[in-house]
Ligand binder design. Structure first.
Ligand code: NAD
Length: 298
């Protein structure tokens, strides 16, 4: 089967690689020529534009960094919307329900189905094919696309309503943003009080304070001070902002989300959009004289 893939970043590249390894023809496009070259070296075919991808593949996947990039790729001039062969567009990006609905409406006018397929599980999950993939859109199209998605992770159908999976993804990421921020804050407090950070993480993980942040993010990227988990602070802030927009539009309480958002905005200012999101701990450390350092050779 020929599959299109647009956006070969931290997530898109390993996902496209898995499709190639499964024996599919994969036609790719990324604004970065270097990234495209790396994919071609693995057997992908380079396209000249999103439209050119959609001229060649019935099923086109995308993993893009912003709402604007997703809108441009899907619906603008030289976008997927102008492709001759494409039947369905599967957007794995996190872009919020409203943008997903906009894309769905515009593509439907050209007879192209849109499936929202935001993912959770990070770069490690993308490499291992163990992502959690939330899907919303026409159930018949989901049935056609499911074998492709199954190569990338475990799919959970959220509902037929366009954007539903995006709302689910934002709920998930607000939880991830909150638990990472909370873990960073308590770790700084514990270290300031004289506790050993590695012992703290061991205890949290044995007790009721365990979260994905304590189980995975701290051991892998904070205690060793590598800050290389693979998710950019700019993307985390994008997701927190999108969550707040949805809560505001729905009129639901967001006191906790607002406090968490403040800390993430500060991290964006201090560490920069390209920094790894685990650097939130550095922003909290900055107002103290402690470092959460779990290296044994320090
Ligand atoms: P990234 O910035 O590493 O990759 C984005 C890629 O898209 C880059 O290669 C960039 O060159 C390309 N791109 C940008 N604009 C483009 C355009 N107009 N046309 C074609 N290519 C374009 O981002 P990422 O970390 O891979 O994340 C991608 C999406 O997945 C985001 O929406 C993010 O929120 C979501 N996500 C990321 C993770 C993660 O752990 N990194 C986890 C879950 C979801």
């Amino acid at each position: 089967m020929c599959i299109g893939f647009i956006g070969l970043g931290n997530m898109g590249f390993p996902m496209a690689t898995r499709l190639l390894q499964a024996g599919h023809r994969v036609v790719v496009f990324d604004v970065s020529a270097e990234t495209t070259r790396r994919a071609v070296a693995l057997g992908a075919e380079a396209a000249l534009s999103p439209r050119n991808v959609a001229d060649r593949a019935e099923t086109v996947l995308a993993s893009l960094p912003s709402e604007q990039a997703a809108l441009d790729v899907a619906t603008m001039s030289d976008g997927v919307i102008e492709g001759e062969r494409v039947r369905r567009f599967l957007d794995m990006s996190t872009i919020g329900a409203r943008t997903a609905q906009q894309i769905s409406t515009l593509l439907a006018e050209r007879g192209i189905a849109a499936l929202d397929c935001p993912v959770s599980g990070g770069v490690a999950g993308a490499r291992a094919g163990s992502l959690a993939i939330m899907v919303s859109g026409p159930p018949g199209e989901f049935a056609v696309a499911e074998p492709v998605l199954d190569l990338l992770g475990r799919t959970i159908f959220v509902g037929a309503q366009p954007g539903a999976a995006q709302t689910m993804k934002l709920v998930n990421n607000l939880m991830a943003a909150t638990t990472l921020a909370a873990t960073a804050e308590v770790m700084v407090t514990g270290v300031k009080a004289g506790l050993d950070p590695a012992v703290m993480i061991e205890v949290l993980n044995a007790g009721s304070g365990a979260t994905h942040a304590s189980r995975d993010k701290f051991p892998r990227a904070v205690l060793p001070r590598t800050f290389d988990f693979g998710f950019a602070t700019g993307l985390m802030v994008k997701d927190v902002r999108l969550y707040l927009q949805e809560a505001l539009a729905l009129g639901t309480p967001a006191e906790l989300a607002s406090a968490v958002a403040g800390l993430w905005e500060k991290t964006l200012d201090d560490q920069g959009a390209e920094s790894d999101f685990t650097t939130i701990v550095k922003t909290i450390e900055a107002s103290t004289d402690v470092i959460v350092d779990g290296r044994t050779d320090r």
